[in-house]
Design a binder for this molecule. Structure first.
Ligand code: SF4
Length: 402
């Protein structure tokens, strides 16, 4: 069996047995631990958001996850962000937004973004941080840096609300709050390595050997994610699925949005029909996984659409007087949570399913191979399949015991 590029959920067994029961229990553990540490902070921010009507309030678990995300990203990228003295932040954030809105200029904009990112935003030897920001200005610079990368745009949108909330705290309160967040993130990093590390064993080797390859590329932050970010996104996908499920299930129409890398044929040979919303499979290759999903959709009442990477998801937002439309986003671990947040921002009821591993030619592999998802997990999410698959093996129980 060939080693995965970075992560793999179905080592030796299907992901519905090898991975999904584990992430379910691990997420319970994270949320239980958060109760005694950062959940009260998340609650405080939620109350602030309600009072000032900054957005429709979301669940405490979602805000708790945002805090965990904040802590992990600060520890990972805070040093890099603060070491940037000057950069065209606005121009870079603008370019990231433009390429999302217009697919046809991606090819033109991406090399420019890659060059600017490497020149201004990336620092290969930047230190990881264990201390909180000294003040709100440092935190603000960090958020600006995240937005400029384009790949942390959704994170930055959320942190702008946190910035507003932190502004209501005095410097000592802000410092104590951030210390709690960083302590929790450090706990998460250690625990997630124990519980989820078996799925991400190749991440560090990949980072070591491929760092130079991505140096001037626009996908450098997407592809060079650290191991803890993989675990963070696994947990985030689970929390989001729980939070969005009721709305998703009550929608009239459901579409599974799959990435182009799931196709058996190359983009050039695929005979799918291009539409403004994505590519519709025509079944030109019976063995293609997308075609199989399309056929499954006929009997299970869902549609399938192929989305190119970084598509603007606002086109899936509800139209006035149209029946509610929910989507299942399918993607690899590097981008799944950001996609989920974007769908949430557009009020699109969504669920997500992970690709079992990454493998597209554009970002990950010189040759590329068709990627896959766990069909049982998809059916469970769509509630077309009822058996309880959350049965743990003895080894999984041992890993999660503490
Ligand atoms: S079966 Fe569908 S998705 Fe697969 S290559 Fe053909 S048209 Fe494209």
């Amino acid at each position: 069996m060939e080693a995965p590029i970075t992560y793999k959920l179905n080592m030796g067994q299907s992901a519905s047995i090898a991975y999904y029961p584990v992430i379910n229990l691990f997420t319970n553990k994270v949320l239980a631990k958060a109760e005694e540490s950062i959940a009260p902070i998340a609650n405080g921010c939620r109350r602030y958001i309600i009072e000032y009507e900054l957005e429709s309030p979301r669940s405490v678990e979602e805000y708790t996850y945002e805090l965990l995300n904040l802590g992990v990203l600060w520890r990972t990228y805070g040093g890099m962000a603060l070491s940037v003295r000057t950069a065209p932040f606005r121009l870079m954030a603008f370019l990231a937004g433009v390429r999302k809105k217009n697919e046809f200029i991606k090819a033109l904009v991406d090399p420019i973004r890659g060059f600017l990112m490497s020149l201004f935003l990336a620092r290969e030897n930047a230190e990881r941080l264990t201390e909180p920001p000294e003040n709100l200005q440092e935190f603000e610079r960090f958020v600006q840096w995240l937005e400029a990368t384009g790949d942390f745009r959704e994170d930055a949108f959320r942190f702008i609300r946190w910035l507003a909330y932190f502004n209501t705290l005095n410097p000592t309160q802000f410092n104590e709050t951030m210390k709690k967040v960083l302590n929790f993130s450090a706990w998460f990093e250690k625990e997630s390595l124990n519980s989820l590390g078996s799925y991400t064993q190749n991440v560090e080797g990949f980072l070591k050997t491929r760092m130079r390859y991505y140096r001037w590329r626009e996908d450098r932050f997407v592809c060079l994610r650290t191991r803890v970010e993989y675990h963070l996104n696994m947990t985030g996908a689970e929390i989001m699925n729980r939070a969005f499920q009721p709305e998703f299930l009550s929608a009239h129409k459901k579409t599974v949005l799959v990435p182009g890398c799931m196709r058996l044929r190359s983009a050039r040979k695929c005979e799918g029909i291009k539409t403004p919303n994505g590519i519709l499979c025509t079944g030109c290759e019976p063995r293609c996984s997308v075609n199989r999903l399309r056929i499954m959709g006929h009997t299970n009442n869902f549609y399938v659409c192929i989305l190119p990477h970084s598509t603007d998801l606002s086109r899936w937002a509800a139209k006035p007087d149209a029946p509610s439309h929910a989507v299942v986003g399918v993607a690899c671990l590097s981008v799944l949570v950001q996609g989920g947040w974007e769908l949430r921002r557009w009020n699109i009821p969504a669920q997500c399913v992970l690709l079992n591993e990454c493998g597209c030619r554009k970002h990950w592999d010189n040759i590329g191979f068709p990627t896959e998802l766990d069909v049982r997990e998809l059916k469970k999410i769509l509630q077309t399949d009822s058996p309880d698959l959350r049965i743990l093996t003895e080894r999984q129980k041992v890993i999660l015991k503490n």
